[in-house]
Ligand binder design. Structure first.
Ligand code: ZN
Length: 498
């Protein structure tokens, strides 16, 4: 067998295991009864073990190394496949197995401790675990590449091509331009009051409206499923099977609507990837950041627009005639874009959201590159919260303990959230040149927007890097100025002009 055939053969087997593991994962997040956990975990750990063996098989590694040597014999797509496989392999194979096993045990334990600490509001309880996780991370980075700048290794794991240098420039722009602008808007928005948000919206009718939205966005039910879960997510194994969930809160109507739109953005991306890529490891989105750019575009740019609610508010009102009897499309749009100072990242609005990420980015960077210690985290967190959002944190569960990410060792992930929004803005200006976004929404023809995304971004899967996609679509590399421009245009119109 040629090296290429060996490589593809292993990939196919790995994908078979991945399909089974993913299906089990979907099941446990949506349908599986609680009591099924112990047996299921044991059985699945066997499948995971087999998958791991396939991933680390010496023959597979040999094939990848050989293909790397003879890369001139490969076409662009084949090289991209090998490159991507090599990157995931390096992440596992360069770390001693014992270290890897210990680390998995540690993070499993740490997540439980984090939950307890958060509940008790006691950062001290979590600190020793966080210290250990960070030390492991630092060691693992060394195993992988002892010459690299440590935090850069983590940043690149979540967003290919991103570095401290590039993120510093991005977040500096946010600090200089957005922090003062947010203060201006907050001074105006504090008088906002939307009493209709406190009314009760039965889940049954919310579900009906989510169905309606799913059709408006042209989601293909022949290749997809929509369900409910506590934490909304999108799941996919290939372009022909893409599933999403939303959550329902009877006392807060926007939750189900915007969670569904967000996940629909992720889901449309996966459904529109060229199906010929399904036999490769490129049949998924280009990166975390590009993926998030799509979800945020569907949620914020389309979903929270005046055009959207001018077109669809009557459909919402039809389902909630009593609760919305005194509300019009404009008020609903305003309520959907309400700007508020908030402690909690996941509850933050579109405008203040990047400031929450700024705090996390600076802290992570300083942990890995500038010797910031765990003992100082709470103090530093609270100082930044005061400086950027003018809030005094009184409980660590509203501050340094609020996110699950660090207890799972996910450092380098947060910045992709803000990056996704910033990509979305850069793409927005390019798309608006190609077609009139507002008009497409008013024509109830989101399919037109989907089609543009399909041709320009989605169809490529991860054949192209994030940089290549941006350059192709917007004719320049990532440039944060579009994000600032987009936010200032949108929120000046909502709050500062009248
Ligand atoms: Zn998302």
């Amino acid at each position: 067998m040629s090296h290429w055939d060996t490589f593809k053969d292993f990939q196919k087997k790995q994908k078979a295991y991945e399909l089974v593991l993913a299906l089990a994962g979907w099941d446990s997040n949506t349908e599986a009864p609680r009591q099924s956990i112990p047996y299921r975990s044991e059985m699945l750990s066997i499948i995971s073990g087999e998958h791991f063996s396939l991933m680390t098989d010496p023959q597979y590694k040999e094939a990848i190394d050989a293909l790397y040597e003879e890369k001139e014999t490969l076409n662009d797509q084949q090289f991209r496949e090998v490159q991507k496989a090599k990157k995931s392999l390096d992440k596992i194979i360069k770390i001693p197995k014992a270290e890897y096993v210990e680390y998995s045990k540690l993070t499993t334990m740490a997540q439980r401790i984090w939950e307890e600490a958060k509940e008790k509001g006691d950062f001290k309880h979590f600190k020793p675990y966080l210290k250990k996780i960070i030390n492991y991370k630092k060691r693992m980075i060394k195993f992988r590449d002892d010459k690299a700048i440590p935090y850069n290794v983590l940043l690149d794991d979540f967003e290919e091509g991103m570095t401290i240098e590039r993120y510093d420039a991005f977040f500096q722009t946010i600090k200089d331009e957005l922090v003062p602008f947010v203060k201006q808007v907050l001074a105006k928005s504090k008088n906002d009051d939307f009493p209709f948000l406190d009314r009760k919206y039965p889940k049954h009718d919310q579900k009906d409206f989510v169905d309606y939205i799913t059709n408006v966005f042209d989601f293909d039910f022949n290749r997809g499923v929509v369900k409910e879960s506590v934490h909304p997510f999108t799941w996919n194994t290939h372009s022909q099977d893409v599933r999403l969930t939303t959550r329902y809160m009877e006392d807060y109507l926007p939750a189900s609507i915007y969670a569904a739109m967000h996940e629909l953005g992720h889901a449309m991306y996966e459904q529109q990837i060229d199906e010929t890529l399904d036999s490769t490891n490129l049949n998924t989105g280009a990166s975390m950041g590009i993926h998030e750019s799509q979800s945020r575009f569907y949620e914020n740019t389309i979903g929270r627009s005046q055009a959207f609610w001018d077109t669809h508010f009557s459909a919402l009102k039809k389902r909630f005639p009593d609760q919305l009897h005194d509300v019009d499309a404009e008020t609903f749009t305003r309520a959907s874009n309400r700007v508020e100072e908030s402690f909690i990242r996941v509850e933050a609005d579109e405008l203040t959201y990047p400031l929450h990420i700024l705090i996390r980015y600076e802290i992570e960077r300083d942990i890995f590159n500038n010797g910031l210690g765990v003992d100082d985290l709470e103090r530093v967190w609270n100082e930044k919260m005061k400086a950027y959002l003018n809030l005094d944190v009184n409980r660590p569960s509203d501050g340094v303990l609020q996110d699950v990410h660090w207890s799972d060792g996910m450092f380098g992930y947060f910045p992709t959230y803000a990056l996704g929004s910033a990509y979305a803005a850069q793409i927005y200006y390019a798309l608006n040149e190609a077609l009139d976004i507002d008009q497409a929404i008013r024509d109830n023809d989101i399919a037109r927007i989907n089609q543009w995304f399909k041709e320009n971004i989605h169809c490529y899967g991860s054949r192209l890097s994030p940089d290549q996609i941006l350059n192709k679509v917007t004719r320049e590399s990532f440039n944060p100025k579009y994000y600032i421009r987009y936010l200032k245009e949108k929120y000046s119109k909502l709050y500062l002009e009248d």
